[in-house]
Write a protein that binds this ligand. Structure first.
Ligand code: HEC
Length: 367
């Protein structure tokens, strides 16, 4: 476990050292005003502790493993999806995405996607593996702390283990495959992670060599049925985190498909899909059961209040009454089954639990 130290005095903060450090930082600030250098500021203990807890947890539950190891991935998913330290630092909606290719781009200038904690801890964060090494740094431009975690990406999982085919865009897949770090942007006053990004340009070495995977060309389907008749991506039906005997999974699948038809009728799918046709800077995804489940309350509210859909100028264009009713009815039915599935997981006795089945996948066959 490492933190970036800005000189020996910050290595092990004691209260006295911290005071000294603050005084030193103020002195530096004054100097910085003249020399235009970056002031150093000590990392508050609460931030340092949060970063350490998260990094330790990630290193323990999501250690570096072969990049196609589904069992390791699912163990990591269950740990982060459960009451994890990571999760306890997430806000209601987290921004997530790639580091911008533009040098010096701020978060404001970077396109990101909005995720509820359920969505991100189930399908995004666990795609990475960690060694626990991290640095914490104050970034004045963002007025946030950046926790930079050394990381590697599980690029050799089966296609249905990703929330959607990231390879629909070559540069996106390339950055995922070659990622060497995850960055968590922490608010100074709350230690909440407001945004998270991955990058292939962190200063640390790769954690393990990457064997690239070439997937078949993406045909524009965000949800599909595999040759066994199973809905894919399986992770979007909580496969691997919910128990296989959860009796509500099938209904969730069916209700989502009903809702999706209605969303298509109501233009929602013209914008709320991973290829982001509307170029939203804060994309909202509704294209799979898990993504829609994370947004269902906001979905219902925005339709009830006639804020969605919007037209090409982003002006609200209320739906005709009958379409609106159908959409709301489908959304409520989907919400009910999502809730039932969650409740079942909470209440089913652990003794009756069986380990979720592991999907066998040979990425080499895909080449
Ligand atoms: C022309 C593109 C477009 C269409 C069509 C559209 N949306 Fe949106 N939607 C947006 C944009 C833009 C935002 C704002 C994202 C942001 O926060 O920056 C948004 C935000 C949302 C949000 C989350 C934020 C909130 O307001 O609470 C939900 C949920 C949502 N839309 C649902 C829907 C549904 C349901 C439909 C179909 C009835 C729909 N949208 C149709 C573009 C669209």
């Amino acid at each position: 476990m490492e933190k970036k130290s800005r000189g020996p005095m910050f290595d092990r903060p004691s209260p006295r050292r911290a005071r000294f450090a603050t005084a030193a930082a103020i002195g530096l600030l004054a100097l910085a005003g003249m020399a235009n250098a970056q002031p150093t500021s000590p990392i508050p203990p609460a931030i340092e502790q949060a970063a350490r807890e998260i990094a330790t947890e990630l290193g323990r539950h999501c250690p570096v493993a072969p990049a196609g190891d589904t069992a390791a991935y699912n163990a990591c998913r269950r740990a982060l999806f459960g009451p994890s330290a990571l999760r306890s630092h997430l806000p209601d909606f987290l921004l997530w995405g790639r580091q911008s290719k533009a040098a010096g781009a701020t978060l404001r200038q970077t396109n990101l996607t909005q995720f509820a904690p359920d969505v991100w801890t189930n399908m995004y964060a666990p795609l990475f593996m960690f060694n626990g090494r991290h640095t914490v740094e104050w970034v004045p431009e963002e007025r946030m702390f950046r926790v930079q975690l050394e990381a590697a990406f599980r690029n050799r999982l089966a296609p249905g283990q990703f929330p959607y085919p990231f390879w629909h865009e070559e540069s996106k897949w390339a950055m995922y495959e070659n990622a060497n770090s995850l960055m968590l942007w922490m608010a100074p006053n709350t230690a909440k992670i407001r945004a998270a990004q991955f990058t292939d340009r962190a200063p640390n070495a790769m954690l393990q060599p990457v064997e690239p995977v070439r997937h078949a060309k993406h045909e524009g389907q965000w949800l599909w049925t595999d040759e066994k008749g199973k809905t894919q991506p399986a992770v979007t039906l909580f496969d691997g985190v919910y128990r296989p005997e959860n009796p509500h999974i099938k209904a969730m699948d069916r209700q989502y498909r009903d809702l999706a038809l209605q969303m298509r009728e109501s233009q929602c799918t013209q914008c709320h899909v991973p290829n982001n046709p509307d170029k939203m800077s804060r994309l909202v995804l509704l294209s799979t059961p898990a993504h829609a489940a994370g947004e269902i309350d906001r979905l219902i509210k925005s339709v009830r209040e006639d804020r969605m859909p919007v037209d090409e100028f982003r002006l609200a264009t209320p739906l005709a009454a009958d379409k609106r009713e159908w959409l709301l009815q489908r959304a409520e039915a989907f919400r009910a089954v999502v809730q039932a599935a969650q409740d079942w997981e909470k209440n089913a006795s652990p003794a009756s639990a069986s380990a979720p089945p592991q999907t066998a996948f040979q990425p080499t066959q895909q080449r």
